[in-house]
Design a protein around this ligand. Structure first.
Ligand SMILES: Cc1cc2nc3c(=O)[nH]c(=O)nc-3n(C[C@H](O)[C@H](O)[C@H](O)COP(=O)(O)OP(=O)(O)OC[C@H]3O[C@@H](n4cnc5c(N)ncnc54)[C@H](O)[C@@H]3O)c2cc1C
Length: 504
């Protein structure tokens, strides 16, 4: 039986992206509640602050709490992101693009990629990319907003942002403080647990003040001060499948032409990101420390910067995986405190958002019903595992043999859930979608085709269209998409007209 006493004080630990996203969301959705929200952060410790690329769900988060898109873009030095360009992943010199959009439109009820596969059998050499409006816009550094009620399926695409994570946290901080969130810039030196049930009772701050609360949100970063430090929740380590365990980040000067996409280039012992912001270029090398030293990784990144460096290299260490429970007793872990999957598909901030959504859906009273908490954990774990499998495919799919990391990746054993997906696609082009997927059919098709995993047969429904007609329809679709893409503005001009950064 639940203890119906309501939560009266929520304490958030951490003022990175995760902490301030949580504070802002609670300040908005809990606004009619008489309870208090406090956030403790330590400017002495600082934040990770390198998360700069996002997924389209961030737009729902921002609009859900009433943030004006153009104001946010101006204040975070943001650019638009239509997807990710993958370079050198399948083979050296190979490229493919992952848009946030479906390809083409269904043909006789079959997913579009079957029509594309059949056209290939008929000798058509077009790439899948040519059937995606955002992917073609990206190839020409152009950007347009999607049409609200598109007449054609291809015009129905999504987009995300690249932004300065520090500025985004600051933006949300102002938003939260204006809505009554109390901020403590103090170091937490101890965590007090209740003797009766081991729930968190209070935080001890460095000046001796004791901050009591009912619900604690751990956004303390990799250290997981509450979820691990105090509650010893345990961590599930996924390094066997995702061996990269370090990163070096280093921004450089912008070349003034921001691409509307993230560039992810496979390297000798990992991969490099390039994320264009309005005022600088974000760069980083995610690598496996078994295969390259920190010094070599820094040198490799420095050698490939597209402009003069703007900061010293920022070295980060991590273990890929997730907390065994994201919600334990009266503590919910969000952001890096909850787990980390390398930023290859920009999933961390999206996972913060989805954790907040679960917290709101299963918002507790002081009884912390076990069945609610268990369901929130089940859903969160499911989501993490689906993303994990998607990222593993980026390694497993490679055909590179030039360095040890890629040879090992290609040969590694993978989770059965992923093997089943690959087998089904290789057999008949069918995309298996489990519950809790963050990436839909088009994303999986992008990866399979990008890595040359192509099925032995296509959906017979596409055979209902006569050969010549099918190839003609595809050619028309490519032309229409290309014309629409070329009608869009250059990305840089779009930003200059609508959302050029205001001086911060
Ligand atoms: C290399 C790398 C690249 C990334 N790229 C992306 C990306 O492109 N897209 C994306 O979505 N995500 C990315 N991420 C993830 C993203 O950076 C994080 O998910 C996001 O910034 C959230 O971080 P956080 O708030 O959980 O932790 P942090 O930024 O580490 O914040 C932790 C907070 O806890 C506070 N704190 C800790 N201990 C104490 C204490 N004792 N007392 C008081 N306060 C304390 C700190 O002061 C800080 O405010 C990346 C991460 C890494 C490592």
């Amino acid at each position: 039986m639940s203890n119906r006493e309501e939560i009266s004080h929520i304490v958030i630990v951490g003022g990175g992206t995760a902490g301030w996203m949580t504070a802002a969301a609670l300040a908005h959705f809990w606004r009619r509640h008489p309870g208090r929200i406090s956030l403790v952060e330590s400017s002495e410790i600082g934040t990770v602050g390198v998360g700069e690329a996002t997924l389209p769900t961030i737009r729902d988060f921002n609009s859900g709490i009433g943030i004006d898109e153009l104001d946010f873009l101006r204040k975070t030095q943001a650019t638009f992101k239509l997807g990710i360009e993958f370079e050198d992943w399948n083979q050296l010199g190979g490229k493919f693009f992952h848009p946030f959009a479906p390809y083409g439109a269904k043909v006789n009820g079959a997913p579009f990629h079957h029509a594309w596969l059949r056209a290939r059998e008929l000798g058509d050499s077009s790439s899948l990319r040519e059937y995606s409006l955002p992917a073609v816009m990206a190839a020409h550094d152009r950007f347009a907003q999607p049409v609200r009620q598109p007449a054609a399926a291809f015009a129905n695409f999504a987009y995300a942002y690249h932004f300065d994570a520090g500025l985004y946290a600051r933006y949300l901080r102002e938003y939260s403080l204006a809505r009554g969130v109390r901020r403590f810039d103090r170091r937490i030196v101890d965590v007090g647990l209740r003797g009766t049930d081991g729930y968190i009772d209070s935080l001890v701050l460095d000046d001796g003040e004791r901050l009591k609360g009912d619900l604690f949100i751990d956004c303390s970063g990799f250290r997981g001060l509450l979820i691990e430090g105090a509650l010893k929740t345990g961590y599930e380590d996924w390094t066997q499948w995702l061996p990269c365990d370090r990163a070096v980040a280093m921004p450089c000067e912008s070349n003034g032409i921001p691409t509307p996409y993230t560039l992810a280039s496979a390297r000798e012992a990992g991969w490099q990101w390039r994320i264009p912001l309005q005022h600088r270029m974000g760069n980083g090398y995610v690598y496996c420390s078994r295969h390259i030293s920190d010094d070599e990784a820094v040198a490799s990144l420095q050698a490939r910067l597209s402009g003069a460096p703007l900061a010293e290299p920022n070295l980060l260490r991590f273990t890929t995986g997730r907390r065994k429970l994201f919600w334990n007793r009266n503590c919910v872990a969000l952001g890096l405190a909850g787990g980390f999957i390398e930023p290859l598909e920009s999933t961390s901030i999206a996972l913060v958002q989805s954790g907040i959504a679960k917290l709101l859906t299963f918002f507790p009273d002081q009884g912390f019903e076990a069945v609610d908490v268990a369901e929130a954990n089940r859903l969160m774990n499911e989501e993490y595992e689906r993303i994990r499998d998607f990222i593993i495919l980026h390694y497993k799919g490679t055909r590179r043999e030039d360095t040890a990391l890629w040879r090992e990746s290609h040969r590694m054993a993978i989770p059965e859930t992923l093997q089943h997906k690959i087998d089904l696609f290789a057999s008949r082009g069918h995309v298996v979608e489990y519950a809790g997927e963050s990436f839909g059919e088009a994303s999986w098709v992008t990866m399979y085709s990008g890595f040359g995993i192509l099925p032995g047969r296509h959906d017979p429904r596409v055979d209902d269209t006569e050969d010549a007609l099918l190839t003609r329809q595809l050619a028309q679709l490519r032309d229409t998409i290309r014309s629409a893409a070329m009608a869009a503005m250059p990305h840089a001009a779009y930003i200059a007209r609508h959302c050029a950064a205001s001086i911060n």
